[in-house]
Design a protein around this ligand. Sequence first.
Ligand code: ADP
Length: 380
Amino acid sequence: MANDSIKIGVIGGGQLARMMVPPAIHLGLRISVLAEAAGMSAARAADAVGDYRDPETVYAFAETVDVITFDHEHVPGEILRELEARGKQVHPRPDALQFAQDKILMREKLEELGVPVPAWAKVADEAALQNFIDAHGGRAVVKTARGGYDGKGVRVVSEAAEVRDWFTALAEDARGGFLLVEELVDFVRELSQLVARRPSGEIRTWPVVETIQRDGVCAEVLAPAPVQHASTLDEAAEIGLKVAEGTGVTGVLAVEMFETRDGRVLVNELAMRPHNSGHFSIEGSVTSQFENHIRAVADLPLGDTSMTRPAAVMVNVLGGPSEGTMLARYQQALAEHPAAKVHSYDKQSRPGRKVGHVTVTGADLETVRAAAVAAAAVFE
Ligand code: ADP
C-alpha cells in the first residue's frame, strides 16, 4: 500500500513511544524510536539508541525517517528548528512545542489566548517570590520552568528560602532565568481534555476525563468525567479546542485543568504528546490517542474518538515489588481479572515508577472503577 512510504521517528524511549508502535503497525506505517538506552520500554519494541540532547545523533536519526515526533518534551528547541530548516517534518512543530516545554511561556501564551489560569508570576529571586507568597495567603506553588514531570519540579512553599536550591541552580545556568510561582488553587478535582490536531487543522476531541493524582503522580482516570456542574465539562472542552488552535499543535495535546469549588476551570498544564490521561482510549475509544497521534503526525485523516462503552477507568501500576515477582503478579492479574486489560511497559520496577496500567470498560462507571482498582491491586 502507499502508506508504507511514511516512516515515523519517535524521539524518546518510554512507554508512550512504545504504545505508538501497535497502531503504526496496524496502519501499515513504519515506525522507529530513538531511545536513550537499549533497555528502555520502547527500545525493546523498536530500534535506535542515542542521546536526544546531542544534535548530530538527532540529525542522523531524522535522516532515516520522514516525520519526527516525541515521547517527551525535552528535545532542545534549537535542534528541532534546525531539523525544520533542513526540510524535515517535525510534529508538533517547535513553535508549538515550546509552550509544553517551558511553563512560563505556557502561562504567557494561555493568558494571550484568554484562557483562565491560576494567578501566577515569574520570579528571579527570593524577595520577589516572598512578595508573591505574602500577597496570596502565605502559601504558593513554585515550579521550575523546564524539565519537570510527575510532580518533580513542583513545591508548595510558605517561605521563599524553601526553593533556594532552585534559585542557586538558575544562577549557575548560563541562560539564567526565572521560577514560576502560582497561587495554591483550592480545587475539588482535576480534569483533562485530550485533543488530536492534524497539520491541515482537522481536530477531534475525546470526552473530558477526571484524573486522580496521588503523591503528584496520576493514579486513576475516569472516562468520561462524572458531571458535577453541567457547564464545567463544556467549558473544559472549549478550552481544549482553543488551546489546540491557538498554539497550532499537531498530534495529541492534553490540557490538564483544575475544577474549583464554584465550578470554574483553570488550566494547569499542557502536554503535546499522548498523555497518561488518555491511556483509557486504547480500549475505551473507537480510536485511541496513540492511533490518532500517529495519524495526525503522518497527516492522515483522524479516527472517531467516541467511547466504545459508556465508561472506562484506567488505574496506573506503579513499581514496587522486585523484578522477579512482577511476572507472577501479571499471571495472577490475568487469571483473576479476565475482563481487565492489563498493560506492561516492560520496564525495570522501581518504587513509584509507572510500569504498567489496567483499563476496564463497561456500562457503569462505579462498577468499572471497582473492577479496575481490584485488578491493579494485585500489583501492590
Ligand atoms: P508536572 O509537570 O510535574 O506534572 P504540574 O504542574 O502538573 O507538574 O503539577 C503537579 C501536580 O501538583 C498537579 O497535578 C496538582 O495536583 C498540583 N499542583 C500544581 N499546580 C498547582 C496549583 N497552582 N495549585 C494547587 N495544586 C497544584
